[in-house]
Write a protein that binds this ligand. Structure first.
Ligand code: PLP
Length: 354
């Protein structure tokens, strides 16, 4: 099979910086309450590693002959679907909240999310004794709502859309003094999430490529930071659903853009680019691929039947990219981040029919 090496944009950093300066200014204005938009350093990642020791699962890195055969190359699966709360996000949430002092914990946090970000924050808030309010649009997915309530967070249902919920969360934070925690412009979240890549490089030192699903971009930015510092030969490839391509298009355009947001994969359902994660991805991401929602469902089925593991849509996107673009990855040892396993029943039924 012919080999098409992915483009490595790492060395274009000088030109990327100017674009990023522009993007940061825009996002700082657009994201009030976000802390300084400086990417974490390797030192921050190592500090997170120490902080999280014993609190998160050192998730396995699995090899499966069926997946190798389907992909036509060696595939290493990083099983963040087996992480506490069923997704990688808890690494970032714990890292953020463990860094709070007593007054900050007393003031608490507010977030708007229906998905794994909410569950991760609720989990970390319970662990650290931090007050946690999650704003969701009215009529949320009842499974996710129950999970967040079961973790002890206060759930506020507000508005018909996600934008309504966000505005209400911002308002609540402004009135209460609680810290509004976004999903992407948060260096401590990125540093915590980066511990998954740090683990994977030790578990699979022969990786050539690491494929990461992208919504807001914390996971991909984290993978870029760690590989650039410790294993610059590993190319990081981002993946997004073609039905929600805002991060991909922001990366390609060199500025933050908004795009239609229609993917079924909840964790990838983001309609805009974020400055912090785009800054890192612009500098270090080797390539960014789009996959269809149907390809994601087929990858969920491949996980179920080939690896006997449950992936939600976002969790299967990296494998979907490898299965969709076999020529691009042929002859390489490819890490795929299976970032979450919180699939609804109907989603799994659809995947098995894919
Ligand atoms: C399972 C899963 N995978 C991937 C993502 C995308 O992560 P990020 O927003 O850090 O790009 C999310 C986001 O919530 C997720 O829940």
């Amino acid at each position: 099979m012919p080999m098409h090496p992915v483009t490595n944009r790492y060395w274009t950093y000088g030109c990327g910086e100017r674009i990023v300066d522009r993007m940061n200014g825009a996002a700082a204005a657009a994201a009030p309450g976000a802390p300084g938009l400086h990417p974490p350093t390797l030192r921050d990642v190592l500090a997170a590693q120490v902080r999280l020791d014993g609190l998160v699962v050192r998730t396995p890195a699995g090899r499966y002959p069926e997946l190798d055969a389907a992909a036509g190359t060696a595939v290493v699966v990083k099983h963040e679907n087996l992480q506490h709360t069923g997704a990688f996000k808890v690494r970032g949430a714990l890292n953020l909240l463990l860094g709070f002092d007593a007054p900050a914990r007393a003031r608490g946090i507010v977030a708007y999310s229906t998905g794994n970000h909410a569950q991760a924050l609720a989990y970390a808030a319970r662990h650290t004794g931090t007050g946690c309010t999650i704003v969701m649009p009215e009529r949320p997915n009842p499974v996710k709502e129950r999970a967040v309530r079961a973790l002890g967070a206060r759930v506020v249902l507000h508005g018909a859309t996600f934008d309504d919920a966000r505005a209400h969360a911002q308002d609540l934070a402004a009135r209460s003094g609680a810290r509004l925690v976004g999903a992407a412009n948060e260096p401590a979240l990125v540093a915590g999430v980066a511990t998954a890549t740090f683990e994977l490089l030790q578990q699979a030192p022969d990786l050539d490529v690491l494929v990461v699903p992208v919504g807001g971009g914390s996971g991909a930015a984290a993978a870029c930071l760690v590989t650039r510092a410790l294993a610059p030969h590993v190319q990081v490839v981002g993946v997004q659903s073609a039905a929600s391509p805002a991060a991909h298009d922001s990366w390609a355009a060199g500025e933050l853009v908004t795009r239609p947001n229609a993917t079924r994969a909840e964790g990838l359902a983001v309609g805009t680019g974020f400055a912090l994660t785009q800054q890192v991805m612009r500098a270090a991401l080797a390539d960014f691929l789009l996959v269809s929602d149907d390809a994601i469902a087929a990858a969920q089925r491949a996980y179920l039947t080939g690896a006997r593991t449950v992936a939600e849509g976002a969790g299967a996107a990296a494998l979907a990219a490898v299965l969709t673009h076999p020529d691009r990855f042929a002859g390489r040892t490819v890490g795929v981040v299976c970032s979450g396993g919180n699939a609804a029943e109907a989603e799994l039924v659809r995947a098995l029919r894919a």
